[in-house]
Design a protein around this ligand. Sequence first.
Ligand code: F6R
Length: 587
Amino acid sequence: MCGIVGYTGGRRASEIIYEGLKQLEYRGYDSAGIATLSGGNITVVKRQGRVNALENCIGDISGSTGIGHTRWATHGKPSDINAHPHSAGKFAVVHNGIIENYAYLKERFFKDVSFTSQTDSEIIVRLLDAFYSGNLLSAINKVGSLLKGSYAIVVMCTDFNGLVVLKYNNPAIIGYGSGENFIASDCPALAGLCSEITIPEDGDIAFVTKDGVEIYDAGLNRVERPRLENLATPASLELGDCPHYMLKEIREVPASVEGTVLSYRTAEAKLKRVVNGVKRVIIIGCGTAYNSGLVAKRYIESFARIPAEAEIAGEFRYKNPIITADTLVIAISQSGETADTVEGVKLCKSLGAKVIAVTNSPYSGITRYADAVAPVTAGSEICVAATKSYTGQITALYLLAHTIAGLSIGEAYARLAVMPSLCKKTLECAGIDTLADMCARSGGVYFLGRDIDCAVAAEGSLKLKEVSYVPCEGYPAGELKHGTLALIDIKAVAVVIITSKHLAGKSENAVEQVLSRRGKVAIISNIDGIEKTFEGRAQVIKIPACDENLSPLLSAIAVQLLAYKTALLLDRDPDKPRNLAKSVTVE
Ligand code: F6R
């Protein structure tokens, strides 16, 4: 959450930072700002709104060192004043994270000072200004020792021709150029600018100049951190012929399945060692990642016949979980930086669990604490709503469940081999436009299913509500009659997912119950003959037949397209839904 960019080199900093902020806009888009250093002076421009609100000011700010920020408000409403960078005296800073003790620090050090903004971040620049007396490292170290919470901070000081990064529990990446260096919250902002990156560790302070990078650990020892390949490419950011990233990324689902299968092969041996002797599995994640955990629970229990629980990471970490040495924790996160998931992983490690990270971000926080990584190779996902990463996660989890169960992985690969072409067929399936129209006009949409279909129903509901703002619920079809049925009337739409053959009849009962209350029904199914059963009564979206366990890869595409098309009908921006941002690095 919040995107940070820093540049120091020989080029006009504001232009590079502006382009970088546009790449990071998925991390927050309620206000943005840039500060540059030129002739020993700092100039700041900041505006409420999206990054392009800065476009007309870029030419006005000179300097070849600068910082920029795109904000997702935590403290203080979106406004010009609350936008970053914040400045005081010789300093300007940008901050991603939350300073939990800002009110205490303000009271302690600035009792009678009135602050300019309502943000927690302003305290950082005020403290720097107060504690600086010529030694930048010592002032930054002192300020870092006072802050409680999470942060990635980039500091600019008029006495230093470069930038300083201070990081704790929030991502910051340093990119190496030639005669220039970069800082960003995430690799996509550095795509095409640098092929090598370094990821500072928590507590590190990094001095970045155009000529090099010096890193100090929390004890102020000079340290070297590894240089890694920047895997993000400019091509991954291009929209091609798609009007939105959401559509582009749904169309990339077949490639995400294929890519994830390929990368699982390279990780398989290590994963096999880590799962050896596991007696119980806990799966943690948030939002869509949690929903893919619901699918994984079914895979693990049915293939390995050992207990598996899917838990929302933000709840799990505060419930004093029961973990034993033979517990395997599977942490799922597209970004690998979701604060609740990363903290859940740290907790489980401290309690002695083995941890496997399932992530689309190979260098992310979650991978640093895990015993092994089951890679999701979906490519950069820019749209705030997760799509191809969900199907990539399901692919990785399907394979991981085979590894846990000791089942033939070769057969799993063979079953998955046909899925990319079935995914492509699903992208063309008929009837979604009509259903989107029904949803856009509805008073509420109820996604229903049983067993594995129920897990996809939860994701269908999340997807539709976040991009269209239509009220939705994802519900077990059999549970409808125990309360939720009271909500069904002529304005309600039920989207019933039916791919489990042995439960089809049961789910059809739910269809009948909704129809009897004059609700409208659409069925997403690959069961033969279902169109005939509901002819003239329900709209059927037919998806290709496939191995039953892999049907979520196809039904997910149908619900993702439905969400996208409904959002367009309601004139929403599907890539940047209101109030949301990707990579939720705050609690
Ligand atoms: C929904 C969505 C979110 C994320 C959630 C976890 O479309 O994108 O619900 O799934 O914030 O994010 P990651 O997977 O990065 O941990």
